[in-house]
Write a protein that binds this ligand. Structure first.
Ligand code: DAK
Length: 263
């Protein structure tokens, strides 16, 4: 079972889903190093837990996360100093991209800077009507450092990403939906339940097929089409080694619901 290593991070399970909630309301869920480390430890724990098939990473109704904790960065001087101070933290951020199981971000209120980057590092985003997305680092003299110029550009395109990264322009939830940054926009009262619903619907599928499909979609983001197609085909073939492939196709002809073993 995944555990919280910081008091501001709540870790729970609900059936086959693991839920990690940021709970640092006094600073609008600013991402201190301890909080990010705890979030990633908890997600990693769920990723290794055979009882869990999908995850939700949630913020609070007022704020998903208003960025990295500026208080922890303001005293840092020099590129080498920044790299040294953030090295361990950086390797933690990189771990999110290596998690096998899907993560749904439940975003309400501010998703700014590192908060926007954390949401984009997840696989899907359910946003509340009050959600705002932005990379405002330029307004405090720096720039995005954890995917805000990379993942965002791949989703919304160069022009809008430029504007967001160069002026701090924020997107409303509806705008984010129109650009494909989020999966859906729901009333603030239901953002968490809708994110859980989506995670449960994924968790009900055969886990090895889900994980292979996740890896294949991510390969599309990272590689050129011809390489992605090879990766996809190999992943498809490998699923014919699983018991769930046999069960899924047998159940189809027996006109019943498949019972997944996860093998
Ligand atoms: N850090 C620390 N405290 C924060 C904070 C933050 N990012 N955001 C808000 N707070 C605190 C405020 O200081 C205030 O604290 P008190 O004064 O009450 O003690 C409290 O939260 C409420 O904030 P406000 O009074 O400002 O509330 P407003 O509603 O007026 O404004 C706001 C909300 C979200 C628009 C505003 O707080 C704001 O602009 N916050 C900063 C947003 C921002 O600039 N975010 C980007 C930070 S830089 C990397 C990984 C990550 C990153 C970089 C590298 N690597 C792995 C290499 C990420 C960098 C960033 O995110």
């Amino acid at each position: 079972m995944a555990q919280a290593t910081a008091p501001e991070v709540i870790v729970e399970t609900e059936g086959k889903i693991g839920i990690v909630t940021l709970n640092r309301p006094q600073s609008l869920n600013a991402l201190s190093i301890a909080v990010v480390d705890a979030v990633i430890e908890a997600l990693g724990g769920f990723d290794r837990d055979p009882k869990i098939n999908a995850m939700v990473l949630a913020g609070l109704p007022k704020s998903f996360a208003a960025g990295a904790d500026i208080g922890e960065m303001k005293g840092v001087t020099g590129a080498a100093g920044a790299e040294k101070q953030l090295a361990r933290h950086l390797s933690h951020w990189d771990k999110i991209g290596r998690l096998k199981k899907p993560i749904v971000a439940a975003v309400s209120g501010y998703a700014l800077g590192g908060g926007c980057e954390l949401a984009m590092a997840c696989d899907m985003i359910v946003a509340s009507e009050t959600a705002v997305f932005g990379q405002p680092e330029v307004l405090i003299g720096v720039m995005a450092g954890a995917g805000g110029t990379q993942r965002l550009t791949k989703v919304v395109g160069k022009s809008l990403s430029m504007e967001m990264n160069l002026t701090g322009r924020r997107l409303t939830a509806r705008e984010a939906l129109s650009f494909g940054l989020v999966n859906r926009v729901v009333p603030v009262e239901s953002f968490l339940s809708e994110a859980k619903k989506l995670a449960h619907s994924i968790a009900a599928q055969p886990p090895l097929a889900v994980q292979a499909a996740k890896a294949s979609v991510l390969a599309a983001v990272d590689s050129k089409l011809s390489e992605g197609l090879v990766f996809e085909r190999q992943s498809f073939f490998r699923l014919f080694e699983t018991q769930d492939q046999k069960e899924g196709m047998k159940a189809f002809f027996e006109k019943r619901k498949p019972v997944w073993s996860g093998n």
